[in-house]
Design a protein around this ligand. Structure first.
Ligand SMILES: C[C@](O)(CO)[C@H](O)COP(=O)(O)OP(=O)(O)OC[C@H]1O[C@@H](n2ccc(N)nc2=O)[C@H](O)[C@@H]1O
Ligand SMILES: Nc1ncnc2c1ncn2[C@@H]1O[C@H](COP(=O)(O)OP(=O)(O)OP(=O)(O)O)[C@@H](O)[C@H]1O
Length: 344
């Protein structure tokens, strides 16, 4: 593969993930846990545009889609407040995983050129939805496309695993694109899982980010950890009752101790008729499954009006937004990873 001209722009839409099954197998000496998890990619996506630059280095700009104010309103936070900034402030420097991915890519492949990159965020951060990881995997694939590196180059998988445990899932496998995969080890050992049916999910993100490291540090390992084999078999049947009866997430308990809104949110999701409601990853987002895409969007709009920051009281006045629970609510279907890359 030849490098593309510097004028080329690689564009892609990194998807979020949900953990349908997550068990802790053991604590390792390197500070990580061995896990057994099954992840599915969904069509709640960011957007990433990457272009090569003549000079070395990475320039990154970040914005919220459709706008910071609209997302802040959905969550009922002031974007200028400390709380708003901790929830919605996305770094545009070397703390951003996209920046790290492009910097390491350039070093690994000995590039003399650099990258300029625009990231439009929609996936909540600190939600357990792998947004930053997905952005980083997409950045590696965009950089590879622009510099003429094949997507199945083994160094890409090495870089992905070095950057974070969830990133190999989002990098995918150019030979076997997957919707769902089982991830073991610390998350980097992947096996594609057959999903016989599209999953229709409704995802709720409360206005509280959770730190993955903190949730793992508060977790405990069962005396008899359950492996994902039975769940994978259920997923392969495509039968929703069988799938939901084997779902679990061992990180839900520590996450809901730190963020009690999680339990309230899950209760309300069950009450509305969603199935298999649970936390994704290390939270704070929760999701449930619906029987069809139409039912998922109907339940999402009911939940959205319940969690809307601005509500009317019976007397027509606005209720106090600070005292009401709020959340972003999105209906999303399962999709393939890796996401395709278009060149403009
Ligand atoms: C919770 C999940 O999202 C489930 O898919 C992942 O296990 C987390 O993956 P991630 O966000 O890519 O996490 P990393 O950036 O690799 O690690 C962040 C921190 O989480 C903890 N961590 C992460 C993964 C793992 N298997 N065991 C851990 O104990 C470690 O303290 C680590 O320092
Ligand atoms: N590209 C990015 N997008 C969003 N957050 C980023 C990005 N790069 C770095 N971050 C930082 O990473 C933190 C959260 O990242 P991320 O969205 O992956 O968390 P998460 O949803 O909990 O994911 P995971 O499921 O991997 O635990 C935020 O505090 C944010 O400041």
């Amino acid at each position: 593969m030849q490098p593309l001209p510097l004028s080329s722009i690689a564009v892609t839409h990194p998807p979020a993930k949900l953990n349908l099954f997550l068990e802790l197998i053991g604590k390792r000496n390197d500070g990580y846990h061995d896990i057994d998890t099954v992840m599915v990619a969904i069509d709640w996506r960011d957007q990433l545009r990457v272009q090569q630059t003549e000079t070395a280095g990475v320039q990154l700009s970040v914005q919220w889609m459709p706008s910071l104010q609209i997302i802040a309103d959905e969550l009922g936070v002031d974007p200028e407040s400390e709380r708003g900034q901790s929830l919605l402030g996305i770094p545009d420097d070397s703390r951003n995983l996209v920046h790290q991915a492009l910097t390491r890519f350039a070093a690994r492949f000995g590039l003399t050129t650099g990258f300029s990159c625009h990231l439009a965020k929609s996936i909540p951060a600190g939600a357990g939805m792998g947004g930053a990881s997905s952005d980083a995997a997409s950045a590696l694939l965009c950089a590879a496309t622009l510099s003429g590196v094949p997507h199945d180059h083994p160094d890409l998988a090495v870089l992905a695993a070095e950057l974070g445990s969830d990133i190999p899932f989002f990098l995918g496998n150019s030979l076997t694109p997957w919707t769902a995969a089982r991830a073991q080890g610390r998350g980097e050992r992947l096996t594609p899982v057959t999903l016989s049916t599209q999953l229709n999910t409704v995802v709720l993100f409360p206005p509280q980010s959770l730190s993955t490291a903190k949730i793992y540090s508060e977790s405990s390992i069962s005396d008899v950890p359950q492996l994902a084999d039975t769940f994978v078999e259920a997923l392969e049947t495509g039968d929703l009752t069988s799938i939901t009866s084997h779902m679990c997430n061992r990180l839900q308990e520590p996450a809901s101790k730190i963020a009690p809104q999680i339990d309230e949110m899950l209760k309300s999701m069950w009450h509305h008729g969603l199935r298999g409601c649970q936390l994704t990853g290390s939270g704070s987002a929760c999701f449930g499954l619906a029987e069809s895409p139409i039912r998922a969007s109907r339940l999402a709009s009911q939940l959205r009006s319940q969690y809307s920051a601005i509500k009317q009281r019976g007397d027509g006045s606005h209720a106090d937004r600070q005292t009401l629970p709020t959340a972003r609510v999105v209906a999303a279907n399962s999709v393939l990873v890796p996401a395709g890359i278009q060149v403009e």
